[in-house]
Design a protein around this ligand. Structure first.
Ligand code: 26Q
Length: 824
């Protein structure tokens, strides 16, 4: 029997110090004489990591032993942010470490901030995957994440002269949270050709030959759960050159340079995250990333299954795979290829296994975001997979033809292959056909996919193939860690922190809504959070903002459909109103700070123009003595997860103002309300369900409804277009050159005035401005305002990602939690 050398919980701050210092001196080989904050961070992280790793090993052992059905979450993005605070929360003993660090002359907040964000994602979809991992571990589900280990995450954004400049995000200098598994590798095949022949028994066999091999190497990241020892695994694949005979030959024959070039080409696959959010571009390297990661993950999953010596028909009873959007759709033909070409199963048998295994989550109805890949590219890169896709399509179309003999025109519409020039593979159709369930991410969105992009498929498969799972967020990071004082205040009223595990317990807060002392503390905490953000703004932009002003925040990726342009036009409108007021009228105004943040995809010119306009408008308004504190416009550079943790607790109002029917769900809306801010928003995505939960008196809704959007757009193009008067005055001001060269913004203005106003900015402008005025009035009555905030928080329990994961587990994955092992 092995002796148990597992590190015990720290019994004192001295013991923590001893451990941290040992790591600094031995693991990092650094002297304590020049221990800076970076070293203190490393020592702290490694000391906690030691504890984490023990639970991780035990969890994996326990899961191997019990061998339950597991869930594999395939996502090209995991937007994890920082890990240390979360590790301390889940391991426990943050207080002990805080004391220890303080004895060493450091403040815990500063040490936490030393960590580089793990930014392997663009926005909502990637952050959702990270919240899901947190919930799956916290609820003891046997679940793994599979992703790519990008060397460069989402770029860092700098604002120079009002323009976005992209800087590479090299984040792997020191990453104590990943464990390279040099022994876990998979060889991945690209290019080549398919050799089809008959074997001895007369059976047709396909062999994929030639081409090139790249090796996938596993890097594992522990995912600790809250208040449980369950620690799940996130496996990220890095690419490197295959070390086969071939390369040695090259090396020996003196082709050193070309063998190094091969090496670099292989490493390119996992080099960089594509920075597009809700936009697809058919780049070969992106398709290579997708296949590389799907093939490595499936090989790993199948290898694990095969160790248990079960029969193949048991596969869907042991394995559930969730596809986070269409990015991992190649996993479907890949599993078929493994079962048919490598394991010798018949088509029907293989197909039945495959479609019971997969579930597909759709995150968008925007046509420009639906993934399509050209058939010639697919033929070149993945010849065998293209054949399999054609086979799937053939079987599927036969089925449709048999069942709907009178609707032959439907065949072209639902075919996986779009008959364009060149032909294209429609990935969403492939994902849907290859899965047993398709889900949207909020009620409206799940309804919309059934009536728009997947309408024919509802007819073909019936409505039961479709489901809704409204998104959620983890309350551990987005309440407890981001807003520790609010979390503590809530715990003091609810008698502990159980609500962090069952967020619906928040409802008990409603009985304290009239409690004077509670309300006072609530207001003080919001103020303190605004001071914290004001400090950040001062340090990063040089601007001083008044923490007593109304903080109005819109932070998210910059996209026309999210309508940051509506917001900034509204700001200009407000500015013009202030300029035309007399001193008396100005005194009546509630001072406001309009805060923006978010990245534009580097190639998205219109989005970059919006950033430029926001900054130029800020330059003018912030320096206008007439306006003073009444209005400030701030653009926070490089919005990311760790900044969101400072920003979300500091809002009075946040903006979720997408054109109705375009934002699938949104999740920052949930983060802001959970932190005691109110929302101005459209009837879109999860805003609708937030309204239903918190009550319509507690949210500021405006604008046209999703069912009217189509007619309005049609009217713009075929009717006589009427620009909103208020918006016209804003455009006049821009045209005058008030915010610099008007030409710089002409595309933005013309898109609305001349090119059909696709996102209905003008249609919603008046309603938006009036609603903002309503907010001013409402904010003046601080008593009522705080009541709204407390009531809203009390009713946000539904939006925990724990609820969300339980719904997936029951409705889609058919998996159960397993008890963590008790042995020490
Ligand atoms: C596709 C092909 C090629 C390159 C990039 C992409 C790509 C990358 C990222 C396409 C889409 C994305 C990201 C989409 C996304 O974040 N969607 C958001 O998902 C959230 C979680 O469900 C929702 O809350 C948001 O409403 C939705 O916009």
């Amino acid at each position: 029997a092995w002796k148990n050398f597992a590190p015990k919980p720290f019994t004192s701050s001295e013991e923590f110090e001893k451990d941290a210092i040992r790591h600094i001196e031995t693991t990092l080989a650094r002297s304590m004489y020049n221990c800076d904050e970076g070293a203190a961070y490393a020592g702290t992280a490694l000391a906690f990591r030691d504890r984490l790793v023990i639970d991780w090993n035990k969890t994996q052992q326990n899961q191997t032993f019990k061998d339950p059905k597991r869930l594999y979450y395939l996502s090209l993005e995991f937007l994890m942010g920082r890990a240390l605070d979360n590790a301390m929360l889940n391991v426990g003993q943050k207080d002990t470490a805080t004391k220890g660090l303080s004895d060493m002359g450091f403040r815990m907040e500063d040490i936490i901030q030393q960590e580089h964000d793990a930014a392997l994602g663009n926005g909502g979809l990637g952050r959702l995957a990270a919240c899901f991992l947190d919930s799956m571990a916290s609820l003891n589900y046997p679940a793994w994440g599979y992703g790519l280990r990008y060397r460069y995450g989402i770029f860092k954004q700098e604002i120079i002269d009002g323009y976005q400049v992209e800087v590479p995000d090299y984040w792997l200098d020191f990453n104590p949270w990943e464990f390279p598994r040099h022994d876990i590798t998979v060889d991945i095949h690209f290019y080549g050709h398919v050799n089809r022949y008959q074997d001895d028994t007369g059976k047709t066999v396909c062999q994929w030959e030639g081409g090139e091999i790249v090796t996938a190497c596993a890097f594992d990241v522990p995912i600790p759960g809250y208040d449980t020892s369950t620690t799940n695994n996130l496996r990220l694949w890095g690419s490197k050159a295959a070390s086969g005979e071939f390369d040695f030959q090259k090396f020996n024959s003196g082709e050193y340079e070309s063998s190094v070039a091969d090496q670099q080409r292989a490493e390119t696959i996992s080099a960089v995250l594509y920075p597009n959010d809700n936009l697809e571009r058919g780049k070969e390297l992106r398709l290579k990333q997708q296949y590389f990661w799907c093939a490595a993950s499936l090989f790993d999953i199948v290898r694990r299954f095969k160790k248990t010596k079960r029969s193949w028909s048991d596969f869907p009873n042991q394995v559930a795979i969730q596809l986070n959007d269409t990015h991992p759709t190649l996993a479907i033909p890949e599993l078929l290829r493994i079962l048919i070409d490598l394991e010798g199963l018949e088509w029907d048998e293989a197909w039945s296994i495959v479609h019971k295994t997969f579930g597909y989550t759709n995150h968008t109805v925007l046509p420009e975001a639906l993934e399509k890949w050209s058939v010639p590219l697919m033929q070149h890169l993945l010849p065998r997979h293209l054949q399999i896709i054609y086979d799937i399509n053939f079987q599927f179309l036969q089925y449709v033809e048999r069942n709907f003999p009178k609707e032959r025109e439907m065949l072209g519409r639902v075919s996986i292959i779009e008959e364009s020039q060149p032909k294209m593979v429609r990935m969403a159709y492939l994902a849907l056909i290859g899965s047993h369930k398709v889900n949207g991410v909020a009620e409206l969105h799940s309804d919309l996919i059934k009536t728009t992009i997947f309408k024919d498929f509802v007819k073909i498969y019936g409505p039961d193939k479709f489901a809704n799972v409204t998104n959620g967020i983890t309350p551990r990071r987005w309440l407890h860690q981001a807003n520790p004082r609010l979390s503590e205040l809530i715990a003091s009223k609810l008698g502990g922190y159980d609500y962090l595990k069952d967020l619906t317990l928040l409802h008990k807060l409603e009985s304290f809504v009239d409690d004077k002392a509670f309300r006072k503390e609530w207001a003080e905490i919001k103020y303190a959070n605004k001071v914290r953000l004001a400090k950040h703004i001062k340090e990063t932009t040089g601007h001083s903002v008044n923490p007593s002003a109304l903080f109005d925040i819109q932070v998210k990726r910059i996209h026309e459909y999210k309508r940051q342009q509506l917001n900034i036009f509204g700001v200009i409108h407000r500015y013009l109103a202030i300029k035309s007021m007399d001193a008396e009228a100005r005194k009546q105004l509630a001072p406001r700070v309009s805060i923006f943040g978010g990245k534009a995809a580097p190639g998205y010119w219109m989005a970059k123009t919006v950033i430029h306009l926001i900054n130029k408008v800020g330059d003018v308004i912030n320096n206008d003595k007439d306006v003073g504190d009444l209005l400030k416009v701030i653009f926070i550079e490089d919005y990311n997860v760790s900044k969101a943790e400072i920003i979300c607790p500091a809002s009075d109002i946040s903006e979720h103002i997408s054109t109705a029917g375009t934002e699938a769900s949104g999740t920052s809306n949930m983060k802001f309300v959970l932190n005691g801010g109110l929302i101005i928003g459209t009837c879109d995505g999860a805003n609708i369900e937030i309204t239903r939960e918190i009550g319509e008196n507690n949210i500021f809704l405006f604008g046209n409804l999703s069912e009217d959007v189509e007619d309005l757009r049609h009217g713009h193009v075929y009717g006589t277009y009427q620009l909103d008067e208020g918006l016209a005055s804003v455009f006049d001001e821009i045209q005058k050159g008030t915010f610099g060269d008007a030409n710089a913004f002409s595309a933005l203005v013309n898109g609305i005035v001349e090119h059909g106003d696709y996102y209905l900015v003008s249609d919603d402008f008046n309603s938006y401005c009036k609603t903002q005025d309503l907010i001013d009035e409402s904010y003046k009555n601080q008593d009522e305002w705080i009541t709204k905030c407390i009531t809203s928080v009390a009713r946000m329990g539904f939006f925990s990602s724990d609820r969300c994961i339980d719904e997936y587990a029951e409705m889609i994955w058919n998996i159960e939690p397993i008890q963590p092992s008790k042995t020490t």
